[in-house]
Ligand binder design. Structure first.
Ligand code: HEC
Ligand code: HEC
Ligand code: HEC
Ligand code: HEC
Ligand code: HEC
Length: 215
């Protein structure tokens, strides 16, 4: 059969296929980097809130226990965000005229909850459960960082699947005594030795099946 296109068209076609492949690889790499970047994971970026609530002040400064505000964390999958009532326990008396706290008083007066912006938010197709982690000695700071030093809350870990799995595969590297879970200042003296002992004492399982987190 007679040739329909001149020879150099072949070279051109090959070049454009190669160019197309290169383009796809570049896009793929770009997306991969983006998915692990600060912009997409929001690590270390403080979230604005309707009231500049400071964990540094309330936890480190005043020594209030996590459970005073996050009351459900030991018993349910959610830690929960405290209602305005919890703030008013103190702020109807202390700093009860501070302009900074006006939104809190307004919320109390109008019985309208404050709209806190979420800092951590997993996709709907992932199961997570606070109480299961607390019960096996995973400290709040292991996942949330030094919240006692945060003037405004930010995310300390990616919450991506690889991060969850890094601990589910080797929990001995992370777990600590149950009675230190809520103490943000506690540091493990010898994680390697303690971790192994606690894994057998608490009967910690290595939960790596997909169905543990995706149901
Ligand atoms: C006096 C009340 C109070 C205490 C005590 C407290 N928190 Fe909070 N926490 C809040 C409020 C209010 C918010 C919502 C505003 C924000 O994100 O800063 C919050 C938000 C958070 C968030 C982010 C929630 C999200 O949106 O993803 C984490 C994580 C958290 N707290 C952990 C802790 C830990 C760990 C402790 C104990 C070491 C603690 N908190 C003690 C009131 C409190
Ligand atoms: C157990 C008592 C107590 C509770 C509960 C409490 N606070 Fe406070 N809060 C204080 C005290 C005391 C101060 C003054 C801290 C200082 O100046 O050292 C303060 C200060 C503040 C300030 C001023 C800025 C700062 O951090 O110094 C804000 C804003 C604030 N609180 C918001 C809240 C909100 C919102 C809640 C509810 C989620 C809340 N507080 C719950 C005791 C409390
Ligand atoms: C194993 C890791 C891990 C530990 C340990 C952990 N958290 Fe969380 N926390 C998360 C994840 C993941 C989310 C996001 C959950 C979601 O989006 O469904 C979250 C969300 C939260 C929230 C937002 C409200 C909610 O319930 O979703 C608060 C508040 C919170 N954690 C407080 C705490 C406190 C207080 C402790 C310690 C008593 C703690 N967390 C221990 C991983 C952890
Ligand atoms: C630092 C360690 C650590 C991290 C990080 C961690 N986990 Fe876990 N997880 C555990 C331990 C320990 C258990 C309890 C194992 C057992 O029951 O013996 C557990 C149990 C669970 C369970 C089972 C709950 C049940 O109903 O029994 C789910 C679901 C889960 N984790 C989801 C997650 C997800 C999703 C993430 C990431 C967002 C995550 N975990 C991050 C240590 C961790
Ligand atoms: C310990 C908990 C955990 C286990 C076990 C787990 N995943 Fe995930 N998976 C997650 C989390 C967390 C995400 C990210 C959700 C998000 O970005 O909000 C995720 C995301 C995904 C995604 C979406 C793409 C992505 O990477 O974000 C797929 C697909 C997926 N998982 C498949 C699997 C399969 C298949 C298995 C078993 C081999 C598995 N997962 C085991 C926690 C888990």
């Amino acid at each position: 059969m007679a040739q329909l296109f001149p020879k150099h068209f072949n070279t051109l076609a090959k070049a454009s296929i190669l160019g197309g492949l290169l383009f796809l690889v570049l896009i793929g790499t770009g997306l991969y980097i983006w998915s692990r970047s600060v912009f997409s994971t929001q690590i270390g970026i403080a979230k604005d809130q309707p009231v500049p609530f400071s964990h540094k002040h309330h936890v480190e400064g005043l020594g209030i226990d996590c459970r005073y505000c996050h009351t459900a964390v030991e018993k349910s999958s959610f830690a929960g965000i405290p209602p305005t009532k919890t703030c008013m326990n103190c702020h109807s008396i202390i700093w009860n005229e501070a302009p900074m706290l006006a939104p809190v008083r307004e919320s109390w007066k109008n019985k309208k909850p404050l709209e806190w912006n979420r800092v951590h938010n997993l996709a709907d197709f992932v199961q997570f459960n606070h109480s299961a982690h607390i019960a096996k000695g995973v400290a709040c700071t292991t996942c949330h960082g030094q919240v006692n030093e945060m003037p405004l809350m930010w995310k300390e870990r990616s919450l991506q699947m690889q991060w969850c799995l890094s601990c589910h595969r080797e929990p001995e590297k992370f777990i600590g005594p149950k009675d230190k879970v809520f103490d943000p200042r506690w540091k493990a003296p010898d994680q390697a030795k303690m971790g192994h002992e606690l894994v057998s004492e608490y009967n910690v399982k290595k939960l790596t099946n997909c169905s543990v987190c995706h149901r």
